[in-house]
Design a protein around this ligand. Sequence first.
Ligand code: PXP
Length: 250
Amino acid sequence: MKHVALGVNVDHVATVREARGGKEPDPVWAATLAQLGGADGITVHLREDRRHIQDHDVRRLKDVVQVKLNLEMSVAPDIVRAALSVRPDQATLVPERRQELTTEGGLDVVRGAVRIGRAVGALKKRNIAASLFVEPLKKQVEHAARMGAAAVELNTGRYANAPYGSRRAQEELKTLKEAADLAAGLGLKVYAGHGLNYINVREVAAIPEIEELNIGHSIVSRALFVGLSQAVREMVQMIQTADRVLMRDE
Ligand code: PXP
């Protein structure tokens, strides 16, 4: 059984903090508890409007996190500067619109080639692995490879939005499998994320080429009831047993 790494996104711990503008709950505490629960990575998104994670959170996480620190970010110059200064292990480039509730759709690596290429180059110079969050489309994956990215994170949003077990979900899963196969063939590491939860994660975790999943909202939501370490432990267990359980159910 391959090991699929789990990156836990703790943005929404900061969302609750920002609702009151104080110090709690602290996303750095959350990162510590997620590590105790077995997270292989901690992910945060430093958004241009700083609606949840703040610059000081990223600096403190850099000191505290002992697993992979993955910074999701746009290619806006001040955000790229912040990343180069903090030096996370990995930077995931995502598109960003201010009005959106969450990241909506992958990067357009074809249209944004110049700005994205510039950001990838700057990150690489600082030994920060660059991952590009893209739709599971041939053109996007091929361009990501040409751009010198280390990895692609395939957007699982369309799969997650389709009713679980529906024909549409099956089709989206097939699209993800084809993109994962193409990306791995081009020498990219293959990650996935967005909208994954305790119901729909197994099918994605079982895709052979996928090495890492980044999951936030469902884990933080469950943590309200069972605690964060336990919520992470349960997700780790689901991911690590995904192919065995799916084979048994076939
Ligand atoms: N991957 C990327 C690139 C994202 O932007 C997000 C949302 O911040 C996630 C994964 C996690 O998505 P969710 O919170 O739906 O699990």
